[in-house]
Write a protein that binds this ligand. Structure first.
Ligand code: AKG
Length: 257
């Protein structure tokens, strides 16, 4: 009996190792990977309840005009470096950024303990000198495409006045220093605007990324998407009748922020 239990544990351990190893390899090579069935339905329900409450309270406060609007200098890298002023708000020191109409990026406190599959993937890249923060990305029904961007700015220098930039050192030579974990709170598909990625663009300049394969995952509840923050990606138009909330966790080297 003891023997069987040990075999079971061993197999389970190997299963976990293989599961992680494939994801780590894919994340390294393609810049993005999907972890199937990370959370169970009760965990998703718990996080959804909290996220919806925060989203509703945020909308109520923003619509009441009690919270002063400020400008956020939003920098995104794609064919050029774009610098645009986006409306933003602060509630209890947490930033709320309006990326597009109906698309909010809301900073929040951690709402759920770290789970092993995510932790072990992150720990295969970072074991010390890193930190993490949580947030919610909302996408209301009928919201339009978000902008293509990397989640990181160009740490290699300033862009020219026409927006041309050179981030080749960051994408060719730097080890990963920023990961985003998306925890979709509804199933994602093309109709509700599943995030679109350009594979391998975390290791490519914009010019090198042209012609590379694009991917949009169909996810089930509990699946999680992890990507290297340097990959080009965007939230797509939500053509469904439902809103499409996603929780996210950012893991980054402390020197980055
Ligand atoms: O699918 C989305 O809402 C966009 C995700 C995104 O752009 C991000 O995490 O930076």
């Amino acid at each position: 009996m003891t023997f069987n239990v040990q075999i079971c544990k061993k197999n389970y351990y190997h299963y976990l190792m293989a599961y992680n190893l494939n994801n780590i390899n894919e994340l390294t090579k393609s810049g993005v990977t999907i972890l199937k069935k990370c959370y169970n339905k009760y965990e998703i329900r718990y996080m959804t309840d909290i996220a919806l409450k925060i989203h509703t309270q945020t909308n109520t406060l923003l619509n009441s005009s009690i919270i002063p609007k400020c400008n956020y200098n939003y920098i995104n890298l794609y064919d050029k470096e774009y610098r645009t002023q986006k409306p933003c708000y602060y509630i209890n020191d947490k930033l709320i950024l309006e990326i597009e109409n109906g698309r909010l990026d809301i900073e929040i406190d951690k709402i759920f303990p770290e789970i092993q599959p995510i932790k072990s993937i992150i720990n295969s890249f970072f074991t010390k000198d890193y930190s993490h923060t949580w947030g919610i990305l909302t996408s209301d029904s009928k919201s339009v495409d978000g902008p293509w961007h990397r989640d990181v700015v160009n740490i290699c220098g300033e862009s020219s006045s026409d927006g041309t930039y050179d981030d080749s050192n960051m994408v060719h030579n730097f080890d990963p220093f920023y990961f985003t974990v998306l925890i979709p709170l509804v199933e994602l598909n093309k109709n509700n605007g599943s995030t679109e990625f350009i594979l391998e663009s975390h290791k490519s300049t914009y010019t090198e990324s042209i012609g590379k394969k694009h991917i949009q995952y169909d996810t089930e509840l509990g699946d999680v998407i992890i990507f290297d923050g340097r990959i080009f990606h965007r939230g797509c138009a939500n053509n469904s009748t439902q809103s499409r909330p996603i929780l996210y966790i950012i893991y980054y080297r402390k020197w980055y922020k």
